[in-house]
Design a protein around this ligand. Structure first.
Ligand code: BV8
Length: 234
């Protein structure tokens, strides 16, 4: 009988930092270079679509050069080898967890390698640059293609499935997230409500560190494999 039957793991930009992908709120991070209202809101896209296309095209090209790090690999290993259920909920829009072999995975803020057509709602894989002059492969209309990501003010994906998993979990782990963005930052409170043990694995204490029963700080490529080795040896 595993020590924990249902594990929910929330990950953020800090998980991909050591793969070379910028985080948002660290010094020199993405929000130090761009105002989120210009590039991560529907209004921003309305106002200046080309800036938003370029913002995601640049990040998609960066992500295409990145490879999974030891923390991504450890999470895939946990899913493969742990006898209990392990659900990964990521705020990240890169596909490094999939590349590492993770399966049971929800991208609650969407994926940069998928496009969404604002004319017909088609959501399709799209690894190339996006621009205003492209025709949707589904409805063939031009000018409606946007990254299939969740901007501020938009509803994150699979919230019902996440809420159900949080309500039933007995271990909740947050990795590489600053606890600034809702509803993801409220997941630890839901896990506590469900009676789960809560663990923060982060470079430094997050804004929600106080909610966690256990906190380990350090680079994800060190503390995540170590913690997962512990879980697998219990
Ligand atoms: C919603 C897009 C309703 C994709 C992102 C006013 C108007 C409208 C909404 C609001 C409002 N006021 C508040 C809100 C809610 C808003 C919100 O939370 N705002 C905040 C800023 C106050 N949220 C929303 O709008 C959300 N939608 O509320 O809809 C609703 C709610 C519930 C149910 C139904 C409907 C939508 C939020 C999604 C926004 N989209 N990105 C993209 O471009 O990537 S947000 C952006 O922040 C990314 O998705 C990112 O993943 C996310 C969270 O950031 P983190 O991942 O935590 O990254 P960060 O840089 O902050 O932290 C990195 C951490 O890693 C740090 O702690 C650092 O120490 C650590 N670290 C660094 N290096 C390492 C490391 N750790 C370990 N190892 C390392 N090497």
């Amino acid at each position: 009988m595993p020590r924990h039957e249902k594990i929910v793991i929330l990950t953020g930009a800090g998980l991909s930092a050591e793969s070379g992908l910028a985080t948002f709120r660290d010094s020199g991070g993405i929000w130090a270079q761009y105002d989120y209202r210009d590039v991560a809101t529907p209004d921003g896209f309305q106002r200046n679509p080309n800036l938003v296309y370029e913002f995601y095209n640049m990040r998609r090209r960066e992500a295409a050069k990145a490879v999974p790090n030891a923390a991504h690999a450890a999470l895939a290993r946990l899913q493969r080898d742990y006898p209990g259920d392990v659900l990964l909920v990521t705020q990240n829009i890169d596909d490094l967890l999939e590349q590492a072999g993770a399966q049971n995975l929800i991208h609650m803020h969407g994926e940069m390698t998928k496009m969404l057509c604002t004319h017909c709602d088609a959501r399709l894989p799209w690894a190339e640059d996006l621009s205003a002059d492209l025709a949707c492969p589904e409805c063939e209309l031009i000018g409606g293609m946007r990254p299939a990501v969740v901007w501020f003010g938009e509803v994150p994906y699979e919230m019902a499935r996440i809420a159900t998993a949080l309500g039933a979990c007995d271990l909740f782990i947050a990795i590489g997230t600053s606890g600034n963005v809702y509803p993801a930052a409220s997941f630890v409170a839901a896990a506590l409500e469900a009676g789960a043990h809560t663990v923060e694995l982060n470079l430094e204490p997050s804004d929600t560190a106080g909610y966690f029963a256990e906190r380990l700080h350090g680079p994800a490529t060190e503390i995540v494999p170590a913690y997962i080795d512990r879980l697998l040896s219990e």
